[in-house]
Design a protein around this ligand. Sequence first.
Ligand code: ATP
Ligand code: ZN
Length: 601
Amino acid sequence: MAAGMNCSFQNSLWLLNPRQGTNFRAAHLRTRLRLPQSLFFSAPSPAADGALYCTNSSNGSAASDTFVLTTPLYYVNAPPHMGSAYTTIAADAIARFQRLLGKKVIFITGTDEHGEKIATAASAQGSSPGEHCDVISQAYKSLWKDLEIGYDKFIRTTDPTHEAIVKQFYSRVLAKGDIYKADYEGLYCVNCEEYKDEKDLLENSCCPMHLKPCVRRKEDNYFFALSKYQKLLEETLVQNPDLVQPSFRLNEVQSWIRSGLKDFSISRASVEWGIPVPGDEKQTIYVWFDALLGYISALSEEKERPDLELAVSSGWPASLHLIGKDILRFHAVYWPAMLMSAGLSLPKMVFGHGFLTKDGMKMGKSLGNTLEPNDLVQRFGSDAVRYFFLREVEFGSDGDYSEDRFINIVNAHLANTIGNLLNRTLGLLRKNCQSTLVVDSAVAAEGTSFRETVETLVERARVHYENLSLSSACEAVLEIGNAGNSYVDERAPWSLFKQGGPASEAAAKDLVVVLEVMRIIAVTLAPVAPSLCLRIYKQLGYSEDQFNALTWVDTKWGGLKCGQVMAQPKPVFARIETQTEEEGKAAVGSRSGKKKLKEAA
Ligand SMILES: Nc1ncnc2c1ncn2[C@@H]1O[C@H](COP(=O)(O)OP(=O)(O)OP(=O)(O)O)[C@@H](O)[C@H]1O
Ligand SMILES: [Zn+2]
């Protein structure tokens, strides 16, 4: 891992429970010396007080070559929108990058299907909650397919395996003495499925996120003793700042914790659509307590009996929970405390990204101000959608969508800088060299500093991917394309070919240099725009199997060899034509019509 990175998945923390009078020195020692965990750890008994809490694979079996990442389990109150797609696209890019690094990746996504809001949404549609969940969770799966999301596990919280694991987890926390029954009265936002503090609400007790009034509720509920974990959580975050990223979100979480943690209610007496509380069938488990456990139950193997320990041993702890900042409190406060209570390892990182906004407000299902991803994919193709959102919105910050900007970025970067460069180079190669490389790419770049320029940019892209700076990673790849364009413009091989003799030989070499650049772009951009990169790779004379077998090692200069035959040049990414351009063409008797983009197959 490169020096200067601001977050690392390899850091680990071994935190000895301070209530037992031990300290944190072991944590530092192990982290700094990278000692094997066996020297420091003995598996905690789940119910024993004073257990050892850690953010590494203690009672999980996630080896360092396994990377487990999750998206939120999306709430099926309505079909997916561009916000849900955004997190999932980012997760997919990270998963693809980790696979390129040679990691065994378990990429988990799914749907959160219990709770009051779902029952209400179903009855509004005139269907049963079960039918409603089937339809909506299928809509997620189908959008993920269109967006080329290569998840490994799709968990639905209505799966019987999940239900069994939630009950086992609940029983563990109960056995630990962390669940008790009490009366509760407070203001509840049904859209957040959360009791709110009055001080956090707007006028008329409106939820600031959903702009709807909260309702006063009084219930006899089961509570989780969150307050008991306040000190331990505070210390854990100090010891392991990677647990919550970006760092400004860590500050936010630390300030919530410092302001005092209250026990929270983990059951609902009034909600039927949920998992019954073990030992009290009149209540159901609070939807958040249930949903978070989906990250563990997703690890269960299909044919195995549902068992918390077995699931945990199949990959827990997660390397990365990718979420929007709206659900940070659940992931960075409630979830770690729940895991501590059950004696399970903490995830290594929770990354809370920003919002896609519309007129400054979070785009969301409850507000209904969403952008339709199916429409974008149909009109512009999955590569354009994936690339635009990852390139345009700095990962961690908010970003507003504009169609003009979308078209400008995608045309400039994918169609011009990358697509045109490939197309015109292949055209020249076809005309002058029968589409065959005349020299190894390693030889072609000898005597220039071009190779180093590209290698520096590749390394920059790698570091940015590792740091989850996805926009900067895209930028580094684009810089490689810019370098290729400058190279070809300076060398002007088309005019060298005209001169013949040694000039023509030099021009043939130049084409190899540029095509090697294209090959490297096809590897480095593959996490973000997989189909486009496959098309580039095929144009370079490789097969789909060869593309699928790529690793980050293939970013090394020198892959293209003398004698390799390129395919017929075909545009890999067609420009999106705007209304104005189309009208212009129509005026001169050419094609007319609406905006159009067809990716060349
Ligand atoms: N506008 C958005 N920008 C970025 N990510 C979003 C956005 N909306 C939803 N998400 C992603 O979906 C997660 C929330 O999932 P959920 O199913 O609750 O969707 P939602 O549209 O936010 O719902 P609601 O509007 O009912 O609160 C967020 O944490 C984030 O990962
Ligand atoms: Zn709300």
